[in-house]
Design a protein around this ligand. Structure first.
Ligand SMILES: Cc1ncc(COP(=O)(O)O)c(C=O)c1O
Length: 418
């Protein structure tokens, strides 16, 4: 079910700059894969806590309060991730955390190969390549399906061997917008290599669908604050109990399961808690049941987000406000199938006769924020197998509206000559 206009308004009210860019003025924001809108509550809490001079681990009341905020943040991270086991901690960014998990997983194993896929972001494959080489291991990236733009069990199967030591999976692609079946791929890996460390990049997926770590049977999961309604300058990682206690970078003498390095930014933990409170609020708004547990509310929010984003994707693809959609215009080519159960809130496309970078500029001039993906070191790994030089990426989130989609389609229709 899609959100009522009143609820959508209430949702948008919770975020900064939903309607308008402080530099440009009114604009529709379809750059959510570049970073979501930021919750006002996350900004407020950040400012409040950043002003405090106190450090953690002291006996004074301010320090005690900070420790409680961090403990609450950790509990909220596990709640959102759908797990009660393992450890959660923050790092500099998603890239830094993926690199740290992969490095430590590779170096914690004696031998065995490292595997991943060509759908992955360089944050994952760069670390795999580097640390496999340093450790003298073989690294292999499996191809994805260039029609569905998804990677699955069948792609991984040929490279899974009993000596596979580390495997990586991207939960959703920030180029094609498709999510993959993490649990199925992980099960296939475990069946052949039960002790493999499986690390998942959840950075693109986290704002678009639920996370159920307890169901995945993996060892690492990473998200970024700014992609999940929070802010820049931190990512969150979860590690399984097994990976948590494997040898890893830490201070000599620290407890074996500690992954945090140095003094923590309490405001990042608090900002993440605000994201979880928001999702609980949204969950409560879309259900009649007053007695729901926090995790159930988060699951309800995930359903509402998925439904709302599907409606936005339908509007992008099949038109709205009397304008034809991306899937209907002869001059427009959508990346991946026009209909796919894997698509989560994003449509990438090209327009005949127009460089995608120019299309992004034209959309910007009309007050529609999108982004071009081109064959740079971020996206070449996905665009090359697809035979694309570049594409326009329109990435929606649940707070976008059909009116905003209409605004985007107006420009696209003009450029497509319809
Ligand atoms: C799937 C994916 N992985 C990794 C990253 C890198 O995340 P960060 O910017 O937090 O380092 C991104 C950022 O776009 C991403 O979309």
């Amino acid at each position: 079910m899609t959100m009522s206009p009143e609820l959508l308004l209430a949702v948008r009210e919770k975020f900064h700059h939903a309607d308008s860019c402080p530099y440009q003025g009114p604009r529709a924001f379809f750059e959510n894969a570049g970073g979501s809108l930021t919750l006002k509550a996350a900004v407020e809490r950040t400012a409040e806590l950043m002003a405090l001079p106190d450090n953690q681990g002291r006996t004074n009341v301010a320090s005690q309060a900070l420790m409680e905020i961090i403990a609450q943040g950790r509990a909220d991270m596990k709640l959102l991730f759908g797990t009660s086991s393992g450890e959660v901690f923050i790092g500099e960014s998603g890239t830094e955390l993926l690199g740290r998990l992969i490095r430590n997983a590779v170096l914690a194993t004696e031998d065995g190969r490292v595997i991943g896929s060509h759908l992955e972001h360089p944050a994952t494959y760069s670390a795999c390549r580097r640390w496999a080489k340093v450790a003298g291991r073989r690294y292999e990236q499996v191809p994805f399906d260039d029609t569905t733009t998804v990677v699955g069990v069948d792609h991984y199967r040929p490279v899974i061997t009993p000596d596979t030591a580390v495997a990586t999976i991207i939960h959703a692609s920030p180029v094609t917008g498709m999510h993959v079946d993490v649990a199925a791929i992980a099960a296939e890996i475990r069946a052949v290599a039960p002790d493999c460390f499986i690390i998942v990049d959840g950075i693109q997926h986290a704002a678009h669908g639920r996370i159920d770590i307890d169901d995945y049977d993996v060892d690492g999961y990473v998200v970024s604050g700014y992609k999940l309604f929070s802010r820049h300058n931190f990512g969150v990682a979860w590690v399984s109990d097994r990976l948590a206690t494997a040898p890893h970078d830490q201070l000599d003498g620290a407890p074996a399961n500690v992954w945090e390095l140095g003094t923590r930014d309490t405001s990042a933990y608090a900002a993440f808690s605000e994201v979880v409170r928001y999702l609980e609020w949204l969950g409560a708004e879309v259900t009649d049941d007053d007695g729901m547990e926090p995790r159930e509310l988060i699951e309800q929010a995930a359903v509402a987000i998925r439904d709302q984003e599907q409606d936005l994707v339908d509007a992008m693809m099949w038109g709205t406000g009397g304008l034809p959609g991306l899937g209907q215009l002869d001059a427009v080519h959508v990346v991946g199938p026009t209909t796919s159960e894997h698509r989560s809130g994003m449509v990438s496309f090209t327009i005949d006769g127009h460089d995608s970078l120019d299309v992004v500029d034209a959309l910007n001039a009309d007050g529609v924020r999108t982004h071009a993906r081109k064959r740079d070191y971020y996206s070449a790994g996905v665009l090359e197998p697809l035979g694309l030089e570049n594409c326009v990426r329109a990435s929606a989130s649940h707070y976008n509206s059909r009116a905003e989609v209409e605004r985007m389609l107006a420009t696209v229709n003009r450029l497509a000559g319809s």
